[in-house]
Design a protein around this ligand. Structure first.
Ligand code: SF4
Length: 158
């Protein structure tokens, strides 16, 4: 059963296959050419473009069915190349549930959906809200995205 925030791959199958078929057929597809395909076949509902995470999930689901048999090298092509921060550390943001603060700092954001001082349009805050502020689910969601997008593997926590 898909996670509540995951798109319905079957509902977007035609657009996803339009992207995945050429990538599966041609090992010469690189980052730039895949990005062009993604831009050409945006989400059918007119929303945002498919993420690499969604393309990889779709490939795993459709390979051997609507696409040639599963080939791990296609996953490698679909993964975004590792982007390292200057420090070499990939942050994992975890937010507590919404909670007020007795402070009265006038410039501090006051979004009732978020813990005090956070704005709901920040990626970490959106991930927290989508995961009901569960710390385990927030961490899992972030690490899944990182591991799907690159070859980066978690090595330690602090
Ligand atoms: S900056 Fe915001 S969170 Fe920090 S003490 Fe002031 S009101 Fe509270």
């Amino acid at each position: 059963m898909p996670h509540k925030n995951e798109i319905d791959l079957e509902a977007h199958r035609d657009a996803l296959l339009a992207i995945l078929q050429p990538v599966a057929d041609d090992s010469a597809y690189d980052e730039r050419r895949i990005n062009k395909l993604v831009q050409k076949y945006g989400r059918m509902d007119g929303g945002r473009f498919f993420s690499r995470d969604e393309l990889i999930r779709a490939y795993r689901q459709f390979a051997g069915n609507y696409l040639p048999p599963f080939d791990a090298s296609v996953i490698e092509r679909l993964r975004m190349k590792p982007v390292r921060s200057a420090s070499g550390v990939t942050p994992v943001t975890v937010l507590t549930k919404p909670f007020p603060c007795p402070g009265t700092c006038i410039f501090c954001p006051n979004d009732v959906r978020m813990p005090k001082s956070y704005l709901s349009d920040e990626p970490g805050a959106q991930r927290a809200e989508q995961n009901a502020f569960d710390p385990y689910l927030q961490t899992m969601s972030r690490l899944t995205t990182v591991s799907h997008r690159s070859a980066i593997r978690p090595t330690r926590s602090k």
